[in-house]
Design a protein around this ligand. Structure first.
Ligand code: TYD
Length: 206
């Protein structure tokens, strides 16, 4: 089973991805946790290029193609082989990030995004996607509290992120079977319970 986590920065999706990983592991399941962009030697190098603050001159299409390149390497090198061996694969971000950020964010045509998403993922779609939903006000408050600095992607304008959030919400509404939208303002434990309830409905002995 291929499970992905989506949401804007500081939504808590990485925390939930780790909690689910630990939970499934404790239940004796074969499971791996990977992240995007990254997750392989080559993809981590692409990640460094993408997040480098010195690369302010990066064109939108270049950005999108680099995310896609990182994804294709991760998919073929790690995700697909593990799925074939019966693993649960949990991925912190997948192609919905490109649809929401590069597509709904308004930089690359959605039609282009959807086509390349399909190609770069080799036709692989997540079985289940958890969208941890917070707004920009909450994200900014959490950033301040954590004293977290911004990478290149995070330096984009407020309006951009609002479009990204709207994009995620639209995607979640369109694909209700796969996409589970969860209120990210709730306490960590409560969110985890919601996620586990959904998992238990789909996975035997989970
Ligand atoms: P990261 O530090 O991993 O952020 P987070 O912890 O929020 O996941 O950086 C990844 C950044 O790249 C993040 O700002 C979202 C962005 N991104 C895209 O814009 N498109 C994509 O396809 C992916 C995978 C990520």
């Amino acid at each position: 089973m291929f499970i992905t986590f989506e949401g804007i920065d500081l939504s808590g999706k990485s925390t939930q991805a780790k909690l689910l990983y630990n939970y499934l592991k404790k239940r004796g399941k074969k499971v791996i946790l990977v992240r995007e962009p990254g997750g392989t030697k080559i993809s981590e190098k692409i990640r460094d290029i993408l997040l480098d603050k010195n690369h302010s001159g990066m064109f939108s299409l270049t950005e999108f193609l680099l995310f896609s390149a990182s994804r294709q390497q991760l998919t073929e090198e790690v995700i697909k082989p593990h799925l074939r061996k019966g693993y649960f694969v949990i991925c912190d971000r997948y192609y919905d990030s490109s649809t929401a950020y590069q597509g709904y964010g308004g930089q690359v045509e959605l039609k282009t995004i959807l086509g390349i998403n399909k190609t770069a993922s080799g036709g692989l779609s997540p079985d289940l996607t958890f969208f941890i939903d917070i707004d920009m006000k909450e994200s900014a408050a959490r950033r301040k509290a954590a004293g977290k600095l911004k990478d290149r992607m995070e330096q984009k304008k407020l309006n951009y992120f609002n479009k990204v959030i709207r994009g995620y919400r639209e995607l979640a509404a369109k694909e209700k079977g796969r996409f589970k939208r969860i209120d990210g303002r709730k306490p960590v434990g409560e969110i985890q319970d919601k996620i586990l309830n959904i998992i238990r409905k789909r996975v035997k002995n989970a």
